[in-house]
Design a protein around this ligand. Structure first.
Ligand SMILES: Cc1cc2nc3c(=O)[nH]c(=O)nc-3n(C[C@H](O)[C@H](O)[C@H](O)COP(=O)(O)OP(=O)(O)OC[C@H]3O[C@@H](n4cnc5c(N)ncnc54)[C@H](O)[C@@H]3O)c2cc1C
Length: 416
């Protein structure tokens, strides 16, 4: 199957009345689309990029991710992709190193992982339209309204999604839209009703690159974390032997260092890890500031999941598990909303998200804040060097699976 061609043309997508349009084919969007198609809903998945695509990421999947994949019946996907089993994390700061044991974790390139999840979604009946950049249009209550927007929808109201594919413009209508458009998508705010995103005042930015080679020191099976005063760097070998590098840096530091490659080289040196030849000239890419959340995680007929529902710095490497957990949890909300829209679903999703995924993001936010205190980092790494077992409860907490099936009482009532 050629993912880059998609499975449907834009005019065909515009002529169809969709139960659900999912915007963004990262882990959150592909997983949600697949779940919903398996439940018999008609699902259109759109992404502004062509697939397979590269993505800035530490490329590590923790126990929360593997458990979500198993729950979705995709338990063999990582082995099938040849993902590398990770057993250790080596943390280096100020020439001290501590080595921690990791529970059930894997490294795999995002190019391969995201393409595999997308393929699984298509096999479940999802129609995929790549190269389509989406913005939200209005909600339409009746057939006359929909006809004015030249879209088709079944009776009972719909949300319009406007798609741009180069010069081509198409509007599609769906009973429900899932915003899985990542950190920088801005789908919810394109409506205007959701309001502006909140961003942490000193939020760091992410950068990433892959190196075709790199010193043998960076062996497969270990995550290497280099911590410096103005950011940190994670390195891991992928299934294709390449070295994946992902980092979070203070914005001023990036400017001051002269770019992502120079900043990465400086942090490796500061931490006492081996230099990577040519690191300065790799094809580095960057993100928007990382710690952010939208003003609302749901608005009329739209639910946000994955990074689009809020993200904190990547130190604990949990973003994919939050994305998959959100995708699995949102399906009962979407099912209910497709049957009949009820505005209380907006507050129910916000509440459900807050007590499940956003709660587990707090541990990551706390650790990320501690990393900004050099004295704390030095003392912690020195302690872990001597007594690595001290970290066991934190490592377990970070990697634990999210409780996915616990949807709140009022929703259970509504979905009966
Ligand atoms: C430096 C760094 C390191 C990280 N390391 C790890 C790690 O090791 N482990 C881990 O679990 N997580 C890690 N993460 C987090 C992880 O990458 C994200 O949490 C995860 O990709 C979120 O998935 P998603 O599906 O929500 O978004 P994404 O994977 O970003 O997918 C969003 C998709 O939406 C598409 N899109 C955006 N806007 C539109 C639009 N308007 N119309 C159509 N399509 C659109 C994009 O093209 C993209 O394909 C890291 C993040 C960073 C920045």
């Amino acid at each position: 199957m050629h993912l880059s061609a998609g499975t449907i043309s834009a005019p065909q997508a515009g002529r169809t009345a969709w139960d659900v349009v999912v915007v963004g084919a990262g882990p959150a969007g592909s997983m949600a689309a697949r779940q919903l198609a398996r439940e018999g809903l008609s699902v259109l998945l759109v992404d502004r990029q062509l697939f397979p695509r590269w993505k800035i990421c530490g490329a590590c999947l923790n126990a929360g991710s593997t458990s979500a994949l198993s729950q979705a019946g995709l338990g063999t996907m990582l082995q099938d992709l040849g993902a590398v089993r990770l057993s250790k994390m080596r943390i280096a700061a100020w020439s001290r190193q501590a080595c921690l044991r990791l529970p059930e974790s894997f490294s795999v390139s995002r190019r391969a992982f995201d393409a595999a999840l997308l393929t699984a979604a298509i096999e479940a009946g999802v129609e995929f339209l790549p190269g389509a950049s989406a913005t939200l249009g209005p909600c339409c209550g009746d057939a006359g309204d929909l006809a004015r927007h030249s879209v088709r929808s079944s009776a009972g109201g719909a949300r319009i999604v406007r798609l741009s594919l180069g010069e081509e413009r198409v509007s599609v209508a769906a009973r429900v839209v899932v915003a899985a458009d990542g950190l920088s998508g801005g789908l919810l705010s394109s409506d205007g009703a959701g309001g502006a995103d909140w961003q942490a005042p000193a939020a760091r930015v992410g950068v990433g690159a892959t190196s075709p080679i790199g010193p043998d020191f960076y062996a497969p099976g270990t995550i290497f974390m280099a911590i410096g005063t103005s950011g940190y760097l994670g390195l891991v070998r992928l299934e294709n032997q390449q070295l994946n590098i992902a980092a979070a840096f203070d914005r001023n530091y990036l400017r001051h260092a002269g770019g992502a490659g120079m900043a990465a080289a400086a942090v490796l040196e500061q931490a006492g890890l081996p230099a990577i030849g040519g690191v300065e000239s790799l094809a580095w890419k960057g993100t928007v500031p990382l710690t952010r959340r939208p003003a609302a995680r749901a608005i009329e007929r739209v639910f946000a999941i994955g990074d689009a529902a809020g993200y904190v710095e990547p130190f604990t490497g949990e973003g994919i598990s939050w994305a998959l957990a959100g995708a699995l949890a949102v399906s009962s909300f979407v099912r209910s909303a497709v049957r009949s829209w009820d505005s209380s679903l907006v507050t129910l999703w916000e509440k459900h998200y807050r007590v499940t995924i956003a709660r587990s993001q707090r541990t990551c936010a706390l650790l990320a804040n501690l990393l900004r205190r050099p004295l704390v980092v030095r003392s912690a790494v020195a302690l872990l060097e001597q007594l690595p077992a001290v970290a066991v409860p934190v490592v377990r907490r970070v990697g634990r699976p999210h409780h996915l099936s616990s949807v709140s009482g009022p929703l259970q009532e509504m979905t009966k």
